[in-house]
Ligand binder design. Structure first.
Ligand code: ZN
Length: 419
């Protein structure tokens, strides 16, 4: 049986309340109609499921229903996002894409004998590597390889263990395997990535995508904070390293980078687009459930009861901001002094609410602090339960228009379309 493969371009979308799979898919259909095939991957992390009280099987049902309703004949996937051995169980049946998160094990010292064996299996890594396409050689030495092994080998061995656990249950070649190292403190350099890929190949993991941590901050729902030039170099060098490692270590030919973007890294999109066009490389780009913010925008835009509910959600999120932000502390940057008081928001018109929330870089009314707070505020809507769902249903058309347009115009087109 042939191995399940991720197409060259794939895009991870979140759908926290499992109501927007159809408009999300329509954005991909619009891209396909324009000749750009992008596979949608519905991703939802264990953290989100836990906060909402939902189950991966519901995400599967919503995706399948949208695919059937819209007659989508191309590949699509369901991502068990950031799972490990303790959380993977309920994802095994509904998911066919597994993001194995080993960030917690990064930095746990490796078995010294295993680190030495890695260096001995790969004498080529014990000297500077001059790869075609790299401006500078990768600064590798036997000492560096041992140090990198000490930092990452335990995590890679753990990834192998999780991979084999999934394989035993799902069957070889029946799912996409990603390893994520993004939720850690230090970015991985291209030299580290090369050693990591050699070790992953040795561990027998048929890797489809790898998500390194890049320099700069990837806060949820807002633009990149960092040096775009540095990102450009890192991304480019990582693409070179991946292409080389595929040939050198026998990793799957379609191995590609996965960027856990946290959504809306608009200033990086032209860089990604340029690199894909120049190299012909593939890309998986994961977003972070900002579709939920499009639901709020749609509710506010609808006015009436929809707007009232959107205001109430903000007021409660404001009251509970400490507690809502805590699980996301490392991936948000909210200046609480710049959050409007609920009494002010209470008087807003639909246009004022949507202008504050909608991510239009440079727009005077756009408030990234409010946007980030609402981004992590989905727990409030989850607690409203039926009241929230009722408003989603009552204002479905306006919301769908926002979800589809946001995804297509502000993400898919700038990243994947060549001008
Ligand atoms: Zn991630």
């Amino acid at each position: 049986m042939s191995r399940l493969q991720l197409p060259r371009f794939s895009f991870g979308v979140g759908d926290r309340f499992a109501h927007q799979a159809a408009p999300q898919l329509r954005a991909c259909q619009r891209a396909a109609a324009a000749g750009v095939n992008i596979a949608p991957v519905w991703n939802k992390s264990n953290r989100e499921h836990a906060i909402i009280g939902s189950a991966p099987s519901e995400t599967r049902a919503a995706a399948d229903a949208a695919v059937a309703a819209l007659g989508w004949k191309q590949p699509y996937f369901l991502d068990a996002d950031h799972i490990n051995l303790t959380t993977v169980e309920r994802y095994l049946a509904p998911c066919d894409f597994f993001t194995i998160d080993v960030a917690e094990t990064i930095g746990k010292p490796a078995n010294p004998a295993a680190a030495r064996e890695l260096a001995e299996r790969h004498p080529e890594l014990s000297r500077e590597q001059r790869l075609p396409g790299l401006e500078r050689p990768l600064p590798l030495s036997r000492e560096r390889v041992l140090a990198i092994a000490n930092q990452y080998l335990a995590a890679i061995e753990q990834a192998g263990q999780i991979y084999r656990h999934i394989e035993a249950r799902k069957g070889r070649g029946r799912f996409i395997t990603e390893i994520s190292m993004d939720e850690t403190d230090a970015p991985q350099t291209p030299a580290e990535l090369l050693v990591i890929l050699a070790a992953v190949a040795d561990a027998g993991v048929p890797l489809a995508t790898i998500a390194p941590k890049f320099s700069g901050r990837f806060n949820k729902g807002v633009d990149y904070v960092g040096d775009p030039e540095q990102f450009r170099r890192e991304f480019h060098d990582d693409l070179v390293v991946i292409a080389y490692a595929v040939g050198q270590y026998g990793l799957p030919e379609d191995l590609k980078l996965s960027v856990h973007s946290g959504s809306d890294k608009f200033s990086l999109y032209p860089i990604l687009n340029g690199a894909l066009r120049e190299t012909g490389a593939g890309l998986h780009l994961k977003t972070a459930g900002t579709t939920w913010l499009e639901e709020l925008i749609g509710l506010a835009e609808s006015g009436g009861a929809g707007l009232e509910l959107a205001k109430e959600i903000y007021a409660r999120a404001y009251q509970e901001r400490e507690h809502l932000c805590a699980p996301y502390a490392s991936v948000i940057a909210i200046d609480h002094a710049r959050l409007p008081l609920p009494a002010v928001v209470e008087r807003w018109t639909p246009a004022e609410y949507t202008a504050a929330l909608r991510h239009v870089p440079g727009a005077a009314a756009y408030n990234p602090h409010l946007r980030q707070l609402l981004h992590v505020g989905y727990k409030i809507a989850a607690q409203m339960g039926e009241r929230y769902r009722r408003q989603l249903a009552d204002n479905a058309a306006v919301i769908a228009r926002n979800v589809e347009a946001n995804l297509f115009e502000r993400h898919l087109r700038p990243i994947f379309f060549y001008a």
